[in-house]
Design a protein around this ligand. Structure first.
Ligand code: UD1
Length: 367
């Protein structure tokens, strides 16, 4: 049995693969501790996993704005001290970082203590933390076709995004029943990633009547910062009732993804991997201010593989036509679904576990 500290907090896109990996490590008889942030989104997501060991670290997101920049550096120092103490207490065999502001302190502490450092990058443009810490890594997992300058090839493995085991396609009717979605006809899911997207929430409110008149209902996951619940209803001229459901956050992602015919979403790597797993066709609207425009790179890759349609945020007025043309086009939906199936890397968490086991076995031989 080996022990691992997994740094995966700050946003759902880092936390979900951390949870997926911890579950696979624990199932293989290892021990894992997940380092997360004190943000609300982390608390909401981890509430569904009482069996895992989550540890909340100090830390704050990076910004060039002067006050936030000072706060970031002070918090990074606190996070480093916290990480050194944590590693002294848990004595892990390896430290794993999924990127984000929490990764830097714990990875550095792990390296100084002589612990193998393992990194995972989910996006098609590696983030700052991964780039900064890559020189310390014994292994880096990158999406296929993505490279990082000056890394020896033996350090890199191209593996997909670990998706949580419970995220599996369910029958559409069963999923709607479990969510209490009481509609007939097409359902459009609107998802702004783990933290929501104001522009997409607004788009739903502005376009619900047009969608309803075509018989399309909507499920909109608004994000915690834009807390919004409730329901809208509209009866079209032909007597069909369409509804719009709003919820701030969900711990029932398998049901949410399986209930819909189509999703309009930001292009986070985790969301995309889960659409593949649930074979859910998507229209991706990349967040235009994401670091190095990495969401556009994520979205374009899926579009090139035939798994999604991309609409830039400045083209949002065209989204309603894209939605209505796609959601009623069964040929296109089937095509998108079969391409998603082809792209899905089913058990990357299990591959990572066996790779970690061989890294640790090699390290023991060297000792
Ligand atoms: C604005 C920004 O920079 N976002 C980044 C962030 O996205 P973000 O945190 O939005 O992450 P993703 O879209 O990658 O994944 C969201 C995760 O949260 C889960 N979830 C979401 C909503 C909800 O109500 N319940 C729930 O469980 C999803 O199932 C998924 O597992 O990290 C990703 C991974 O590095 C990046 O690709 C994104 O670009």
């Amino acid at each position: 049995m080996s022990g691992f500290v997994i740094s995966c907090g700050g946003t759902g896109g880092h936390l979900s693969p951390g949870i997926a990996l911890a579950e696979s490590l624990n199932a293989a008889g290892h021990e894992s501790h997940l380092l997360i942030s004190r943000k609300d989104v982390d608390s909401r997501l981890v509430s569904g996993y009482p069996q895992l060991d989550f540890i909340r670290s100090p830390g704050s997101g990076f910004s060039w704005k002067p006050i936030q920049f000072i706060k970031f550096n002070v918090q990074q120092l606190r996070a480093l001290v916290f990480a050194v103490r944590l590693l002294s207490e848990k004595k892990p065999d390896a430290v794993i970082g999924f990127g984000g502001f929490l990764t830097v302190g714990v990875v550095f502490a792990g390296f100084v203590k002589g612990c193998p450092v393992i990194l995972h990058e989910a996006n098609r443009k590696p983030g700052r933390a991964i780039r900064l810490m890559s020189g310390f890594a014994r292994r880096i997992y990158l999406p296929s076709g993505v490279s990082l300058r000056s890394l020896p090839p033996k350090t890199v493995r191209h593996l997909g995004y670990p998706v949580r085991k419970e995220i599996r396609p369910l029958s559409r009717d069963e999923a709607r029943k479990r969510l209490g979605i009481d509609i007939t006809g097409k359902l459009l899911l609107v998802l702004g990633g783990s933290q929501g997207a104001l522009a997409l929430n607004r788009w739903v409110k502005e376009n619900f009547e047009k969608l309803a008149d075509q018989g399309i209902s909507v499920l909109c996951v608004t994000g915690l910062m834009k807390e919004s619940r409730g329901q809208l209803e509209r009866v079209s001229q032909d007597g069909h009732t369409a509804k719009a459901y709003f919820m701030p956050f969900t711990n029932q992602m398998a049901e949410v993804l399986s209930s819909a015919d189509l999703v309009v979403s930001r292009a986070g790597a985790g969301s995309i991997a889960e659409f593949m797993r649930c074979r859910l066709p998507s229209i991706l609207v990349p967040y235009p201010h994401a670091t190095d425009n990495h969401q556009s790179a994520n979205a374009q890759f899926v579009e090139q593989q035939g798994g999604a349609v991309v609409v830039a945020q400045e083209k949002l007025p065209q989204l309603i036509d894209e939605v209505t043309e796609t959601i009623f086009n069964d040929f296109l939906l089937n095509e998108l679904r079969s391409n998603l199936q082809r792209m899905d890397r089913d058990n990357s968490a299990d591959y990572i576990v066996s790779d970690l086991e061989s890294i640790l076995a090699e390290a023991k031989e060297v000792e």
